[in-house]
Design a protein around this ligand. Sequence first.
Ligand code: 6PG
Length: 226
Amino acid sequence: NWVVRDQRDTLMRDLAADICARLHGAIQQRGIAFLAVSGGSTVKTLFPLLANTPIDWAHVRIGLVDDRWVDEFSADSNERLVRELLLQNKAVDAQFVPMKTPHASPEAGVAQRNQDYAALPWPCDVMLLGMGEDAHTASLFPCSEELGRALTTDDVVVAVNPTTAPYARMSLSLASVINSRYIVVLTCGASKRAVLEAALKDGPVADMPIRGALRATAPCAIYYAP
Ligand code: 6PG
């Protein structure tokens, strides 16, 4: 279902409250919650709001949906976004599992992260996804040769070298993305609305990988503002 707001700041406030309620419920029921977040630019206004909701972060395990294979201090690092804007450098590192490893490449680092991510308390309570203009989500890019594997593997995390993206990446596989109790797609801008409406129509996931998430059996909400 769509949650549409006229203003992006209203949208972000409502989404932060929704995520907070879901994580709080998970902690109440199971003593632990698992939140997986995407990076990119749209989340930059959400994370500080989320950081200031009454969530007991000590009981939340936090994973990334994907990350670029760049230094964790790089402006392009999703790990940096989480540490600075979501955790606000709180001492909850034990709760956050990054994706980038000291290895030279995603292919070299993926085995370690597969182990680390497999140990998270799946199903994920809140899977926060973004979407690119090309209908990619996570680092699952349309029609890339790795996409085939990322759509079919049981691995939790995959190494991705999409020719259409400026960095090598590591990403949750589609199987991990849909292994969630609640999926949120956060996206803004008229051009993205048109892409989402196209993605909601029939067609191959390989052409529009966001379809893989939108077709999941888990409840899914599209948070959209112009
Ligand atoms: C990334 C994200 C990616 C992002 C979309 C949307 O590492 O870039 O995980 O999947 O969610 O590309 O990004 P914007 O919010 O910047 O449009």
